[in-house]
Design a protein around this ligand. Structure first.
Ligand code: ZN
Length: 193
């Protein structure tokens, strides 16, 4: 398992709700946490590890010792978006790029836990921002899609570098073509959604 980087097409995949949660998925989620800690992230969505599942993991402390801060949100839905606030964001799929992003200040998150329990959380601050960033991933949206014209101009060179790197990795056959990637995601989706 590895974190895929912009502009990998799986990052644009809109994932469908999961219908089956099993031991193998539990193992995948554990690996996602470990990978997230390795990269010092606070959140990681399934399509960032090239999987079409509607779930993400989160630990705002980014600390494997703080196990009580670990959250897995399955089939998350955002409601009651209120207010507007701007703060800097980064993303493990765009390493090294940080931009100001304007988002609603508070949100209500509805999701399922691994035990099948439905939860509702009213969130603000970093928790609200991180959850919005991760739910965006599951809809194929990246934080660079929310930039102001000024921030977008500042990010342009970095995005071009990611695109060139991706193209050269593809030329070296380290990344499959779009059709192969789409077929693999469809196959995985068939089993769990
Ligand atoms: Zn991200």
């Amino acid at each position: 398992m590895q974190v895929i980087q912009y502009p990998h097409p799986t990052l644009r995949h809109k994932s469908r709700p999961l219908k089956r949660v099993d031991a193998q998925l539990r193992k995948i989620v554990r690996e996602m946490f470990d990978l997230m800690y390795e990269h010092r992230g606070i959140g990681l969505a399934a399509n960032q590890v090239d999987l079409p599942y509607r779930l993400f993991v989160l630990n705002l402390a980014s600390d494997p010792q703080a196990a009580d801060e670990e959250h897995v949100f399955i089939n998350p839905v955002l409601l009651n978006r209120k207010g507007s606030t701007e703060a800097e964001e980064g993303c493990l799929s765009l390493p090294g790029l940080y931009c100001n992003v304007r988002r609603p200040e508070t949100v209500r998150l509805n999701a399922y836990t691994f035990s099948g329990e439905e939860i509702t959380l009213d969130l603000d601050d970093l928790f609200a921002r991180a959850v919005q960033h991760e739910v965006d991933h599951l809809d194929g949206v990246l934080f660079i899609d929310h930039l102001s014209p000024t921030a977008e101009a500042q990010a342009r060179d970095a995005l071009r570098d990611f695109e060139l790197e991706f193209a050269s990795r593809r030329q070296r056959h380290e990344i499959s073509d779009d059709a192969t990637i789409a077929a693999r995601l469809a196959e995985l989706e068939k089993l769990r959604t």
